[in-house]
Ligand binder design. Structure first.
Ligand code: ADP
Ligand code: MG
Length: 484
């Protein structure tokens, strides 16, 4: 506090005063605009402080405030500053803290305060926070929101960090409802139906990355019509391509996870041995078999997997999904082809999913042609969403009606690809392009927009010049099924 003039210091507590706050805060906020590092302001109010003055007199009240000021100061990090706003109100500026971090820090304040004495008195505090750029980008806006949050803390019983209902809102991503896929769902359900009378089939779901292939399947198997079925999933990626039989290893593991290793005991031992070569935990001496992993008796393995799946299907209809199958190794593709062909009389339904743009250069393409010639599967191609669906998706994300400007902008940049829509919306959000004004989410199109890397990557990809990082990001876009 050395270089600061007396006029900026609060006499009672020795903290900075409101006058200095008005100079300092806008400057700090400006800095964050330049650096892009978030900043939070924390508004603190002592609960029922008036009672202290009324009951114990103003002198005691002053001691409380002074001790409270010291206490606040002791809790702050080096770059944080605290100001006495007036009476029993204080403001902290936390540079380098976003809303969530500020919330954590504030909760700690509240907890510490609760167990501390000020002039031998126990007091609690209420807090309201606002963050830049999340809630607002100028002092007035931030203060208003922090004040509303503080009021909410008071109304909800004090001694807490308040959250004004509207501030709880952010974007809903991913949205709960599936958009614009009624036809696809109906069609696939028709393909599935014969499974319930005991016959097997397969459906191929294709489309560009992020178009919603995985989501569509998740939606279908979540359907109440399919509650008494078993679902086995395997999600492939570029990194699993080099692992022989990876998808089937995952699929068998799904069963083991559900029913234990005993689930394999009903097929004869010769087949068990073969399966344990690709799923080491099935064998008693896992070390030994690990080395034998590549010396599988292929036919016996294929037949073993077939019997294993048939056995599972005899208990309840079985759904097997190979997601991003274009990344399967050649042996897996061969096994897959074999299974689809030989399980036609068992209630086993295969989903297999591929990205059109990746499959072009993979051996999967040949297997696909072969299987098509034999009429082994049905096909559904997934297209990006239409404008009306994009508008609907946005309305669920922002929980309100999107302006036509926003819808058009998003549609233009993403071509209706749901994954890109999510990424772009997230990026707009973190760049402060949305302002939540009362009930509405206002899109500030003047805000500089950063097209997310993932979206840019695909544009590059279309130009055939995608770099390694963008590839990784897209691969990462393979939704992990653990969430199902
Ligand atoms: N029809 C849809 N309605 C709502 N959200 C969707 C829809 N399709 C995809 N999404 C969302 O977009 C993201 C990417 O979808 P995903 O199914 O993983 O794409 P893909 O498997 O085709 O690469 C996910 O977060 C998903 O929830
Ligand atoms: Mg997917």
């Amino acid at each position: 506090m050395n270089k600061i003039g007396k006029e900026f210091i609060d006499d009672l507590t020795g903290l900075y005063n409101r006058r200095y706050l008005y100079i300092r805060a806008p400057r700090k906020i400006e800095e964050t605009q330049e650096t892009g590092i978030p900043l939070s302001i924390v508004l603190i109010d002592l609960d029922h402080f008036k009672n202290v003055n009324d009951t114990y007199g103003h002198r005691r009240g002053d001691v409380v405030l002074r001790e409270f000021g010291i206490f606040l100061n002791s809790l702050l990090r080096a770059d944080d500053t605290v100001f006495r706003y007036g009476g029993d109100e204080f403001v902290c500026i936390l540079p380098n803290a976003n809303y969530e971090q500020a919330k954590m820090i504030s909760r700690r304040f509240v907890e510490r305060c609760r167990i501390k004495e000020f002039a031998q008195l126990r007091l609690t505090m209420s807090i309201g926070i606002a963050s830049c750029p999340l809630n607002a980008r100028d002092w007035t806006g931030l203060f208003e929101i922090a004040d509303r949050n503080l009021y909410s803390a008071k109304r909800h019983g004090r001694d807490r960090v308040g959250v004004f209902e509207k501030e709880k809102r952010g974007l809903n991503i991913p949205i709960k409802e599936i958009i614009g896929r009624d036809e696809e769902i109906t069609r696939i359900k028709e393909f599935i139906n014969p499974v319930f009378s005991g016959s097997g089939d397969a459906v191929c779901v294709s489309g560009e990355v992020g178009v919603g292939k995985t989501r569509l399947i998740q939606e279908i198997i979540r359907d109440t019509d399919f509650q008494d079925v078993q679902f086995l999933n395997s999600n492939l990626s570029a990194t699993t391509k080099s692992i022989p039989y990876y998808p089937f290893r995952e699929i068998i593991r799904c069963v083991i996870k559900e029913h234990g290793v005993e689930s394999i005991k009903d097929i004869s031992q010769a087949y068990q041995i073969e399966l344990s070569k690709i799923v080491p935990e099935l064998s008693d001496k896992s070390k030994e078999t690990d080395e034998h992993i590549f010396i599988v008796d292929k036919f016996r393995l294929f037949e073993g997997v077939r019997r294993f799946l048939a056995l599972q299907a005899s208990k309840a209809p079985l759904f097997v999904c190979l997601d991003n199958i274009h990344w399967a190794d050649d042996s897996s593709l061969e096994l897959f082809h074999y299974l689809v062909r030989t399980l036609k009389n068992n209630p086993v339904f295969f989903f297999f999913v591929y990205r059109v743009e990746e499959a072009k250069h993979s051996s999967f393409q040949n297997v696909l042609q072969l299987m098509a010639r034999e009429g082994l599967y049905k096909k559904t191609d997934i297209e990006p969403l239409k404008t009306a669906d994009v508008a609907r998706m946005l309305s669920l994300m922002i929980d309100g009606i999107p302006s036509s400007e926003l819808t058009e902008y998003i549609y233009k940049e993403t071509g209706g690809n749901p994954f890109f829509i999510e990424e772009l919306m997230k990026s707009l959000d973190t760049n402060g392009a949305f302002i939540w004004d009362k009930d509405k989410c206002v899109f500030d199109k003047g805000k500089k927009v950063v097209i997310p890397y993932s979206v840019e990557g695909v544009i590059d990809r279309k130009l055939g010049m995608m770099n390694k990082e963008a590839c990784d990001l897209l691969e990462y876009a393979a939704v992990d099924w653990q969430r199902v």
